[in-house]
Write a protein that binds this ligand. Structure first.
Ligand code: C5P
Length: 232
């Protein structure tokens, strides 16, 4: 196959983005971080004083007014401005629930996600396998394997013990929140993601589950790399 789509889903802080980013850069595939898109809409709503619960139509128009791009592996720009770090704030993650369950927002972002996934880009030439050039995309999120790219060649559902996930996020935040607070935030977000009616977090029937509780990032990357080669 000359074109490969790789869908990585899973709960918060399961290591999806780090793993997806690394895989994309190893394979020279395009990386699309769908969570950052929801975070970007949330950040702009917070900045503009739009209430996600009370003003769903305004939230939807914020979503359609944003030009969200990934200029590089792991960087995000909104309307030309780099917002990579702002998007990682806990305040953004905490406000995201009603925005991620807004059908108009999901529709707008889904179109953007699929359009990016199907647009060739010279920056992402892929890799050579035998005589073939394999191009592709790695997208991570909650509904990529189930809704956004249901025909993806490889779907991985990453899971990890909530304690391990909280510990990792806690270390990333470097003292900006306590471990208990981080764990509570993760649990609340997972519950909201699993129980919303539109595009809930759910393992696709044909996804491969990968438990990363006891795996390092290198091991996670290697495990998925192997799965990709098996598909070729
Ligand atoms: O992956 P990340 O933690 O950055 O995602 C932030 C939030 O965005 C998730 O908790 C979820 O509510 C929402 N999201 C979503 N669908 C996706 C990706 C993220 O609803 N495909």
């Amino acid at each position: 196959k000359a074109n490969v789509s790789l869908a990585i889903d899973g709960p918060a802080a399961s290591g999806k983005s780090t793993t997806a980013k690394r895989l994309a850069s190893i394979f020279r595939f395009r990386y699309i971080d769908s969570g950052s898109m929801f975070r970007a809409v949330t950040l702009k709503c917070v900045e503009n004083g739009v209430d996600p619960h009370q003003q769903p139509d305004k939230v939807a128009s914020v979503a359609s007014s944003l030009d969200i791009q990934f200029p590089d592996y792991g960087t995000v720009s909104v309307n030309g401005e780099l917002v990579t770090h702002q998007l990682r704030q806990e305040s953004v993650a905490r406000a995201i629930g009603p925005i991620a369950s807004n059908p108009q927002v999901r529709h707008t972002l889904a179109e953007h996600q699929r359009r990016l996934a199907s647009t060739p880009d010279a920056r992402y030439p892929g890799f050579t396998h035998g005589k073939e050039t394999i191009q592709g995309v790695v997208m991570d999120g909650r509904d990529i394997g189930t809704v956004i790219l249901p025909h993806a060649e490889l779907k991985v559902f990453m899971v990890a013990d909530v304690r391990d996930r909280a510990q990792r996020r806690f270390q990333e935040l470097q003292g900006k929140a306590t471990l208990d607070q981080v764990m509570a935030d993760i649990e609340a977000r997972d519950l909201a993601d699993r129980t919303r009616t539109i595009s809930p977090l759910k393992k696709a029937d044909d996804a491969i589950e990968l438990d990363t509780s006891r795996l390092s990032i290198d091991q996670q990357v290697a495990a998925i790399q192997k799965l990709v080669y098996q598909k070729l």
